[in-house]
Design a protein around this ligand. Structure first.
Ligand code: FES
Length: 165
């Protein structure tokens, strides 16, 4: 009789631990699902506008300081204007390289070439590099707005896309 009671106590402890482990697993699954609900997997995008400093920070030519962080080349002309070019090739989206010795952008993927203006002149790219809106803020800093862009050379003279400096 005493042995039977001891056996029952062992069984009880086994069942207790099995129940406790099952309960813990279920609670873990529920908390995990709750965590995914409270903190969803959201994609955070960079703001479309950024400050690019003062015009005096730039010399004439293609400037690559925002190529990696913003996918933008800033170009200052010797006619005191500036514009912002997209670094995305208009063929299939690779990133061209700026070749200062040849004064051109050259895409490594299929060989498209672009003038410093962004005009496509060789290879399969069907149109020029896109240009982004460029303006001054109230403090005189250059502001690039990548949410506004133009695709055709006929639009290049629009004041929103050509900054007089
Ligand atoms: S992606 Fe640039 S030439 Fe094809």
């Amino acid at each position: 009789m005493a042995e039977e009671t001891k056996l029952n106590r062992r069984e009880f402890i086994s069942w207790f631990w099995l129940g406790w482990i099952t309960f813990s697993v279920i609670v873990g699954i529920v908390l995990s699902a709750l965590g995914r609900f409270l903190f969803p997997n959201v994609l955070f995008e960079k703001p479309s506008k950024f400050r690019a400093g003062m015009p005096t920070d730039y010399s004439v030519g293609v400037d690559e300081r925002f190529k990696d962080t913003q996918s933008v080349w800033l170009v200052k002309t010797n006619q005191n204007t500036m514009y912002a070019l997209s670094t995305v090739c208009t063929h299939l989206g690779c990133t061209p390289n700026w070749l200062s010795s040849e004064q051109k952008f050259k895409c490594p993927c299929h060989g498209s070439g672009f003038r410093p203006t962004g005009l496509n002149y060789e290879g399969p790219a069907p149109r020029p590099l896109e240009r982004f809106a460029i303006n001054f803020d109230e403090t005189g800093n250059i502001v690039i707005d990548k949410s506004k862009k133009i695709m055709n050379a006929s639009e290049w003279e629009q004041s929103e896309f050509l900054l007089k400096v």
